[in-house]
Unconditional design. Structure first.
Length: 532
């Protein structure tokens, strides 16, 4: 089996080591050969192959044909000319404070301009050096132009969202750099900017009127991520080996892998969904006896984390995002960021459907891996507690450690901040927080589960057990159990081989805290008290 690379986004190193490379050079060829467009922008969530794609482009414009042997573009009429390449990678720039940013930013710009062959003038600021470099390098190349690759153009702004004054200051300084391309587009052979978000107030978007945003373009819908066919063609040996280790039939294994890692859709016109590349790489490299959330282990985007510190996540239902307008994706105003836009651009939401008549989107969570991480994230943020602790609380429920589970649940609700935000908190906040907790440990839950005789507050199903929750406010837990029995909420699971647990939770309306609780194991037709 060819090796899987999990530690590099460097195309020459990947090819030199003989690692699997899913051939995306057909998209690259389409982009670099476009007769009408030379300046491109595309946004994708983190760890979706943006850095690797820019490394491919750098090798391509450096004329390194030997690296492309056997790939699509090697069989085309591409001329393999060499160009000076300016390659910025702004994710590495320090944003501790504005002074550190300016120092780190200047060092990075100097380093990348010098590597492109430009004699940097330290007496001039980075933007002026950048503008001079474009002109100088293009002239030295016989006027054929310079190639500019900008990886994570928005990263420094996103890193600083916890301090909006600093974020805006960083945005202004980066705008000054990008604005230097405005009057020099004739000296640019090709430009590709990538990032997670489109901060439209950065001057590059207003200054470069011919910059084409292909983020939702159908021609590039599957340029990043792996389709089902690409996964099968490139990783079949690894897939079959992993299926054998897990002990699943291959078809069942593939269906489960798709549920866990495939669900990202990036175009309104193309319904094809793709796998997250890092999820595939880590899963098939490790080949553990089961599927796990791998994307989160590579780190959550600081842009989203800094933003969530200031938002009430209990207002968001990620499974029911219907009628979303394009305007809700706009992140022009840093002080008026929209939760939907931040979650979508960070990869926690994706396109599920698009209505061209109303020009509205239906968004949802891409896959099981993202669902679990998002729910762990939202539980921790809502309760202002450690996210790993919140995730472990769900495990207490799975192993039926009721004393630990209820103690933890009390602490979780006690940590939920109301105070000045109390007027904005929905009445179903407790149920929503519970649902986040359940989803984070693999429960398939339904809030207000409609049955013949009524609606159960929360019905949660897991391969290990079924839990039926009834929540009461200023009423006893006994009334919760009486309602469950009277309405027959457990009846649909009478023939289920899994244990069925009835769980009552009682809240005080004044303190909004969990004050009473109990769990009973359903033994049809009777129940026995397990814990209180």
């Amino acid at each position: 089996m060819r090796p899987i690379a999990t530690d590099t986004n460097d195309f020459p190193k990947l090819r030199g080591r003989g690692c699997i490379y899913v051939d995306k050079t057909e998209f690259v060829h389409r982009m670099v050969s476009d007769a009408n467009t030379r300046l491109f922008f595309i946004s994708r969530p983190r760890r979706f192959g943006k850095s690797l794609t820019l490394s491919v482009l750098k090798a391509l414009f450096s004329g390194r044909r030997e690296l492309f042997e056997g790939l699509y573009i090697d069989k085309t009429d591409w001329q393999w000319e060499t160009y000076p390449v300016i390659h910025f990678e702004f994710n590495d720039v320090t944003t501790t404070d504005i002074t550190d940013f300016e120092t780190s930013f200047a060092i990075h710009v100097q380093d990348r301009l010098e590597k492109a062959g430009f004699a940097y003038d330290k007496s001039l600021p980075p933007p002026e050096n950048f503008g001079n470099a474009i002109e100088s390098l293009s002239a030295a190349n016989g006027g054929k132009g310079v190639v500019i690759l900008i990886d994570e153009y928005d990263a420094p702004v996103g890193h600083a969202l916890g301090d909006l004054d600093m974020a805006e200051a960083i945005r202004d300084r980066m705008s000054a750099l990008y604005s230097r391309m405005k009057n020099r587009t004739g000296d640019i052979r090709f430009l590709l900017m990538t990032g997670i978000s489109k901060f439209t107030r950065l001057s590059v978007f207003s200054a470069l009127s011919n910059l084409v945003d292909v983020t939702q373009d159908e021609a590039y819908a599957t340029m990043f991520g792996y389709t089902e066919d690409e996964l099968e063609v490139n990783f079949e040996e690894h897939l079959r080996a992993h299926a054998e280790k897990i002990g699943k039939a291959y078809e069942d294994y593939r269906a489960e892998m798709k549920r866990w890692y495939n669900g990202f859709r990036f175009s309104t016109e193309v319904e094809t969904t793709v796998y997250n590349p890092v999820s595939v790489a880590l899963t098939l490299f490790k080949k553990e006896r089961g599927f796990k959330a791998t994307w989160a282990t590579t780190g959550r985007p600081s842009m989203l984390m800094n933003y969530l510190k200031r938002e009430d996540m209990l207002r968001i239902d990620p499974e029911r995002m219907r009628g979303v307008s394009q305007a809700e994706f706009d992140v022009a105003e840093l002080r008026n960021l929209k939760p939907v836009a931040m979650l979508y651009q960070s990869g926690y939401l994706t396109i599920k459907d698009y209505n061209p008549v109303t020009e509205s989107y239906t968004l949802g969570v891409p896959d099981e891996e993202v669902r679990r991480d998002l729910c762990t994230l939202m539980t921790g943020v809502a309760a202002r507690t450690d996210m790993q602790w919140a995730a472990s609380l769900g495990q207490k429920l799975l192993i039926e450690a009721w004393d630990d589970f209820f103690d933890g649940l009390k602490s979780l609700y006690a940590a939920m901040a109301y105070g000045s935000t109390e007027g904005r908190v929905h009445e179903n906040s407790y149920g929503r927080c519970l649902s986040f907790l359940l989803a984070s440990c693999g429960f398939d839950f339904t809030m207000e589960n409609v049955q013949t005789n009524g609606r159960a507050d929360v019905v949660a199903k897991h391969p290990a057990e079924v839990c039926i929750f009834e929540l009461k406010v200023d009423e006893s837990v006994d009334k919760a159990f009486a309602q469950i029995r009277e309405k027959g909420y457990a009846e649909p699971f009478r023939a289920d081989a899994r244990p069925v647990w009835l769980i009552g939770l009682s809240f005080d309306s004044k303190t909004r805290q969990l004050v009473d609780y109990a769990a009973e194991k359903m033994n049809f037709p009777t129940a026995t008290t397990a814990s209180k």
